[in-house]
Design a protein around this ligand. Structure first.
Ligand SMILES: [Zn+2]
Length: 189
């Protein structure tokens, strides 16, 4: 799903590990939450679906607009309704508010992913032949290419760099729809 912020920025929720999305759990549900964790740690009936029980308590999504910092919270009484909050100090809008409200608690050290995609025939919706998609809480520049050699060089350079910093768990390189390189943390041959 996607929706528009009041500032015009389009907020997408179409993939995992979004840096601007979170899940709220009510304080009133915390005892139940710990009870479920406790149950998961004990030998339990396999029919008991711990995951579903947890999911029920953690269904409420929150988003932050990357452009203006506004926050959207799903209404507990009406799950499909997003309520918008504008950051402000003493009633004055605060445009310089942090955009990292919903980053992982590991912040810059959160381990993410590095994926890259090259297409000889550029689809209409793509601006470049090659794009590198770092899903990380640090900024990575120089990710769009029209020269294959520069694209490939940059991908492997970034991969080694991020792997060295222990900042990625997965990496892949796809050329014309074919996966030519795949790496998973701890699964090196
Ligand atoms: Zn916005």
């Amino acid at each position: 799903m996607k929706f528009l912020c009041k500032c015009g920025y389009s907020i997408h929720d179409t993939t995992d590990s979004l840096s601007y999305k979170g899940t709220l759990i009510a304080d009133q549900d915390m005892n139940e939450f710990w009870d479920i964790i406790d149950k998961a740690e004990q030998p339990h009936d396999k029919k008991t679906d711990i995951f579903l029980e947890l999911e029920k308590l953690m269904q409420r999504n929150v988003y932050q607009c990357h452009s203006c910092g506004r926050v959207f919270i799903e209404d507990q009484a009406n799950k499909y309704k997003l309520v918008m909050f504008t950051p402000c100090t003493d009633g004055t809008p605060e445009p310089d508010v942090s955009r990292k409200f919903f980053n992982s608690s590991h912040m810059e050290n959160w381990k993410g992913y590095l994926h890259a995609d090259w297409r000889d025939e550029k689809p209409e919706w793509c601006e470049h032949h090659g794009e590198i998609y770092p899903i990380l809480n640090i900024n990575i520049e120089n990710t769009e290419f029209d020269d294959y050699e520069a694209f490939e060089k940059r991908f492997y350079e970034l991969f080694e760099h991020l792997k060295g910093l222990d900042l990625i768990t997965d990496a892949s390189l796809t050329i014309n729809g074919k996966r030519v390189f795949e790496w998973k943390h701890g699964k090196e041959k």
